[in-house]
Design a protein around this ligand. Sequence first.
Ligand code: ZN
Length: 228
Amino acid sequence: MAVKKLFWTDPYLCECDAVVTSAEGNTVTLSHTVAYAFEGGQQSDSGTIGGQNILEAVRDGMEIFYHLPDGHGLKTGDNVRVAIDQAKRYRIMRLHFAAELVLELVYQNFGHPEKIGANITDEKARVDFMWDGNISETFPVIEPMLKDMTDKDMDITSGFEDETTERRYWEIKGFAKVPCGGTHIRKTSEVGRLSLKRVNPGKGKERIEITLADYKREPKPPFCYFDC
Ligand SMILES: [Zn+2]
């Protein structure tokens, strides 16, 4: 049985109880987890398993392998607490959805250029396109649209397209339905204010880099079950 990925059913959850389902050397697997493993350009979460720091989280098929420090002492069958840095995860979720909106607005308003890369950390997100010219030409069009969408409290739904293969999507009714296995916020207002910057990573390629403009006034996550 692969790990139950609670970061999908509740992306705001920052702690859970779990049973260690295997422990070989420094690598463990779990019955349940809140700790996301790098996938689709979204950075892994920082966190702990049974108080031991997660050094690396690797997704392999439907399983997640967590690498822990030497001497972690966990054994198969142990009951553990899994916890993540929720503030970091929430910045990742905001930047992830900002990248989703930027990508979709470029697609919808500029003839669906080819996307050649994307990456999301808790500090910034980027989306790379095949693009002749300077992609900042899109900013006067997409920035007011981004502001309008984040000002409105539009619902974002996420779910399984196919649960057996873990194919996920997010959807804003009347705007877009997009396949993605990342962790998504529930309201467009949570994205907050953004800054867009143009970067030229090479001939014929253009990058939009996204940062959170209101870092100091960062909204708190809507709720958490635990004091973390
Ligand atoms: Zn996504």
